[in-house]
Design a protein around this ligand. Structure first.
Ligand code: CU
Length: 169
């Protein structure tokens, strides 16, 4: 009886498969970009595309203990407006660095990122005195193609996870 039911179920699935119904889920999963380490914030739209405005590309950033969440981890070259909201309880900073390091190993100094290391260049930042708990601050930069790091380099924060990669194409 069980075998018969199983065969029946398999047959139904086979028929549905031929109508491309059973295989829909599988193809949707395999085509999704699930290799990105950066998670969109829950309030972001389902579209992973960067939001382009008259001022350039707008990237919404949520800062909290101890992570940054981006509406998009990439942007086209040109003006980029980072809108950073601190949803944490502590003050945080937001530092944008051009990353020309040849490998993934990041130079540390005293447990924080060594922003003065060769291969890194600080392009701009929002200080912790402005990015207090609940505050929203913007940082506008004109970015060229390449790799970037977005970090909070307050003591302990970088190593706790407040770092994320950003790519300009
Ligand atoms: Cu921080």
């Amino acid at each position: 009886m069980r075998t018969k039911n199983l065969l029946k179920a398999l047959t139904i699935c086979a028929i549905l498969s031929s109508l491309a119904a059973c295989s829909n889920n599988k193809s949707a999963e395999s085509s999704s970009p699930n290799n990105s380490p950066i998670q969109a914030s829950p309030s972001a739209t389902s579209s992973p595309k960067a939001q382009e405005t008259a001022k350039g590309t707008k990237i919404n950033v949520t800062a909290k203990e101890m992570v940054f969440q981006l509406s998009s981890a990439t942007a086209p070259a040109g003006p980029v407006e980072f809108v950073v909201k601190n949803e944490g309880k502590k003050p945080h900073e937001f530092v944008v660095l051009k990353n020309d390091l040849p490998n993934k190993k990041l130079p540390l100094k005293g447990g924080s990122l060594d922003e003065d290391a060769k291969g890194l260049k600080n392009l701009g930042e929002i200080s912790e005195s402005k990015l207090t708990s609940g505050a929203t601050q913007t940082l506008q930069l004109t970015l060229t193609p390449g790799r970037y790091l977005l970090v909070c380099n307050l003591p302990g924060h970088f190593q706790a996870g407040m770092k994320t990669e950003f790519t300009v194409k």
